[in-house]
Design a protein around this ligand. Structure first.
Ligand code: FAD
Length: 532
């Protein structure tokens, strides 16, 4: 088997799949895509409802845990991450979202030339094959299929009615000119099946493109440097360490937890911290693993006796059996659910440049990442803070590459985030208390006792969790804490870039899969342009 390539991409997730596919479009270069998990083709992954059922499990999932969070009553926060070609896009909620124009303009204002909204929009469009929205904001014919929900759930209309009753605008395209408002989400699906980044970019070319070598079940243990240049990666094969060499560049796309971990395992990071854990520092880069940001999220839950909502009752199970038949025949109905079928963006302060909160309206009761199941039917509504000021860290727990990193998201480290979430709680309550919805409830599961602002603060500390958007741990920028420059090159080294969620310098207002795919697309152009 060849062990020399022009480019080695580490991690076949949302960014890595897009990057490896685009880089290997040039037949003059050879590309290796190395993925620790499997090939991401299983039926479980393709079928939306089954794929979501992996979130609480270890199936195709790294299933990390954070360290105890002091501002969340000492709770450890579960951190699922996809482990397969497709990365986290194999178990995510398939919501297609790009974030707000002002998020990218902020990146550019921080010195990240080339990353304003107008700069990145062409990459979102290039990646996209939107089934139904065709205007200057959307792409057609790209690898990533984007479609309207095929569940036909009557709760979509109820959600929209509640929005109107609450005096909130309706939005039919959250990725168009205006983000604010409530509506039904578009999803990364085609014909009712999950459209992971692997399905979009890699499966169609795997085994057919001679210059692309896709190696699954291949976990990288460290990056090898010769002087200041990255020249290869160490993998384990048949129980023995083996070196794969990169003639031109290595690109790290192992995600927000594992890209910084791999840099640190390779001696790249805060020199003092590395020495303290027994790793010989090779390149002092204090920002590695800092700046971890995530959207803190609270979930309301209510019982509603309707089999249009998921629930583990006899009637619910009978409904699922009949829905499975429908799915086989039509690829429509409940089995195509992405759980978070509706939602939207709300502004608490009229003069904020962008909505501060995102809602995910879920057609079932979600508690503890679906690790706690409910026999009753019901619905949930998430509210998350889109631009938290709190920052956390990813560090090495040990020098052993097989150990999970030490993850400290630092939720509510900045007390202002808790106060913002109080506003978000109240805004969401306004929608949930609208007559079209509230007349259906038989029981408020988590917040019946919450009356005062202090009650709200207490319930937030008790129940706030992740909405799965950790990012920022190899931040792009131009200051001394930046890990990569605006070309995504690791500062001070040659032949090494990072391209995935870890480069986000500041949070974006929305879900992170489409942005990571955009990063992979853009990274391919940056690398190609550097060669010519
Ligand atoms: C449960 C859940 C729900 C979500 N819902 C949504 C949603 O609805 N919409 C949305 O837009 N976003 C959602 N997200 C977030 C989004 O999916 C992620 O932000 C995005 O997929 C991250 O992309 P990435 O390329 O940074 O990393 P990933 O996609 O996580 O890819 C990293 C890859 O690297 C591999 N890897 C790691 N270490 C190594 C190593 N040492 N060697 C080789 N390979 C390695 C991993 O196995 C993985 O395949 C969700 C995420 C989760 C977990």
């Amino acid at each position: 088997m060849t062990s020399d390539f022009d480019y080695i991409v580490i991690g076949g997730g949302s960014s890595g799949c897009a990057l490896a596919a685009r880089l290997s479009e040039d037949p003059a270069v050879t590309v290796a895509l190395l993925e620790a998990g499997g090939d991401g083709t299983d039926f479980v992954i393709r079928t939306p409802l089954a794929g979501l059922a992996m979130i609480p499990t270890r199936l195709n999932n790294w299933a990390f845990e954070s360290v105890p969070q002091p501002a969340l009553n000492g709770r450890r926060i579960y951190q699922p991450r996809g482990r397969s070609l497709g990365g986290s896009s194999i178990l995510n909620a398939m919501v297609y979202m790009r974030g707000h124009r002002s998020d990218y303009d902020r990146w550019a204002a921080l010195g990240n030339t080339g990353w304003s909204f107008d700069d990145v929009l062409p990459y979102f469009k290039r990646s996209e094959d939107n089934e139904s929205l065709h205007d200057e904001y959307h792409g057609r014919g790209g690898p990533l299929s984007v479609a309207h929900s095929r569940t036909g759930n009557p709760f979509h209309a109820i959600w929209l009615e509640a929005a109107k009753e609450a005096g909130l605008p309706i939005n039919v395209d959250f990725n168009g000119a205006e983000q604010e408002g409530l509506g039904v989400y578009q999803v990364t699906q085609r014909n009712g099946e999950r459209w992971s980044a692997a399905r979009a970019y890699i499966h169609p070319i795997m085994g057919h493109r001679a210059n692309l070598s896709v190696r699954t079940h291949t976990r990288v243990r460290r990056i090898v440097l010769e002087g200041q240049r990255a020249t290869g990666v160490e993998i384990m094969q048949d129980g023995e360490p083996r070196l794969l060499r990169a003639r031109r560049e290595i690109i790290l796309s192992a995600g927000a937890m594992q890209s910084p971990q791999l840099l640190m395992l390779s001696g790249i990071g805060d020199a003092r911290m590395l020495s303290s854990i027994g790793i010989k520092p090779v390149h002092d880069l204090p920002g590695v693993g800092r700046n971890l940001h995530d959207h803190p999220d609270f979930i309301f839950g209510v019982r509603v006796p309707s089999t249009d909502l998921l629930g583990f009752s006899p009637a619910g199970i009978a409904r699922l059996v009949s829905e499975s038949g429908r799915y086989r025949r039509e690829r429509r109905g409940m089995v195509t659910t992405n759980f978070a079928e509706c939602g939207g963006f709300l502004r608490a302060l009229p003069d904020s440049p962008a909505p501060e909160f995102q809602l995910h309206f879920v057609v079932g009761i979600v508690e503890d990442h679906a690790r706690k199941l409910h026999a009753h039917h019901g619905l949930s509504c998430h509210v998350c803070l889109l631009r938290p000021r709190s920052r956390g860290t990813v560090e090495l727990a040990s020098p052993n590459p097989d150990d999970a990193p030490r993850i400290d998201p630092g939720y509510f480290n900045d007390p202002g985030d808790l106060e913002q979430m109080v506003l978000g709680y109240k805004l969401t309550r306004r929608v949930l208390d609208a007559p079209s919805l509230s007349r259906l409830y038989t029981r408020d599961l988590f917040t019946a006792h919450v009356k005062t602002d202090d009650d709200i603060r207490a319930i937030l500390r008790e129940r706030v969790d992740t909405v799965y958007h950790p990012a920022g741990t190899c931040a792009m920028g131009i200051d001394e804490m930046a890990v990569v420059d605006p070309q995504l090159r690791v500062r001070g080294l040659e032949g090494l870039r990072v391209a995935d969620a870890s480069i986000l310098p500041t949070p974006i207002g929305g879900n992170t899969n489409a942005p990571c795919i955009m990063i992979g697309e853009k990274a391919a152009d940056l690398i190609r342009n550097a060669r010519h």
